[in-house]
Design a protein around this ligand. Structure first.
Ligand SMILES: CC(C)(COP(=O)(O)OP(=O)(O)OC[C@H]1O[C@@H](n2cnc3c(N)ncnc32)[C@H](O)[C@@H]1OP(=O)(O)O)[C@@H](O)C(=O)NCCC(=O)NCCS
Length: 181
C-alpha cells in the first residue's frame, strides 16, 4: 500500500527507516501520549525490533508516514480477534518537527478508508488521553465520533487521565461525519 497525499506519503516501513525512526520517535512528548508498547527512550535496538515486526506482517497494517523524504511517524491498526474480529483499533504518531501541518489528519482519513476497503471491519476505534487536544481534533476532523469517556482510564508518566473513546462505523461514511473537511 502506497498512498501519496498532499503533505505526506503512507507507505510500508523498511529497514533503512531506522535512523529517522529513532530521530523522530525518541521524544518524551510523543511517548507520553501513546501506549506503553511505544518505547522510551527510543533506541536503535527498539527501531530494529519494530522494523522486524512490521516486516513479517501479512497483510501489513502498520505503515510509515513519510514527510520530506523520510519516515517521520507511523500509523497503523490492530485487528480485533474472536468476538472483536470486525473491529480494529487505530493509532498514529508524528515527530514533533512536523506537527501542525495537517499531516496526521490526512493520514488518518486515508488509513481509515484503506482499513475499511481491505478488511471486513464494521468499526474502527481510537483511544486518546484527555490531555491530548491535538489528537482529539485530528480524530474529529477525520470523522471519528466521541463514543465515551473512561474516567481515570490511563496512568502515564506518573499522572492519571481520562481516556476518550472515538469510533467510526463503516455504515456511516466519513464524508457525512467529517464536519469541516
Ligand atoms: C497528535 C498528533 C498526531 C497531531 O499531528 P498533526 O499532524 O500535528 O495534526 P494536524 O496538524 O493534522 O491537526 C492538529 C489539530 O490540533 C489542533 N491543536 C494542536 N494543538 C492543540 C491544542 N493544544 N489544543 C487544541 N487544539 C490543538 C491544531 O490546531 C489542529 O487543528 P486545526 O486544523 O483545526 O487547526 C501529533 O501531535 C503527535 O504525534 N503527538 C504525539 C503522539 C500522539 O499524540 N498520538 C496520538 C495518540 S491518540
Amino acid at each position: 500500500m502506497i498512498q501519496r497525499l498532499h503533505h505526506c506519503v503512507i507507505r510500508p516501513w523498511g529497514r533503512p527507516d531506522a535512523p529517522s525512526l529513532v530521530r523522530h520517535a525518541d521524544d518524551r512528548e510523543v511517548w507520553r501520549n501513546l501506549r506503553d508498547g511505544f518505547p522510551h527512550p527510543y533506541t536503535p535496538d527498539a527501531a530494529e525490533a519494530w522494523l522486524a515486526f512490521v516486516e513479517q506482517q501479512d497483510p501489513p497494517t502498520h505503515f510509515a508516514i513519510e514527510v520530506d523524504g523520510e519516515a517521520a511517524g507511523g500509523i497503523g491498526f490492530t485487528l480485533g480477534e474472536g468476538a472483536k474480529e470486525r473491529t480494529a483499533e487505530i493509532g498514529y504518531w508524528l515527530g514533533r518537527a512536523v506537527w501542525g501541518r495537517g499531516i496526521a489528519t490526512e493520514a488518518l482519513r486515508a488509513l481509515t478508508a484503506h482499513a475499511f476497503a481491505e478488511h471486513p471491519l464494521d468499526r474502527l476505534h481510537a483511544c486518546v488521553f484527555a490531555w491530548n487536544p491535538a489528537s482529539v481534533r485530528v480524530l474529529e476532523k477525520a470523522g471519528y465520533v466521541r463514543e465515551g469517556c473512561l474516567p481515570g482510564g490511563a496512568t502515564k508518566d506518573g499522572a492519571t487521565t481520562d481516556v476518550f473513546l472515538y469510533g467510526v462505523l463503516r455504515s456511516e461514511p466519513l464524508a457525512r461525519r467529517a464536519g469541516d473537511l
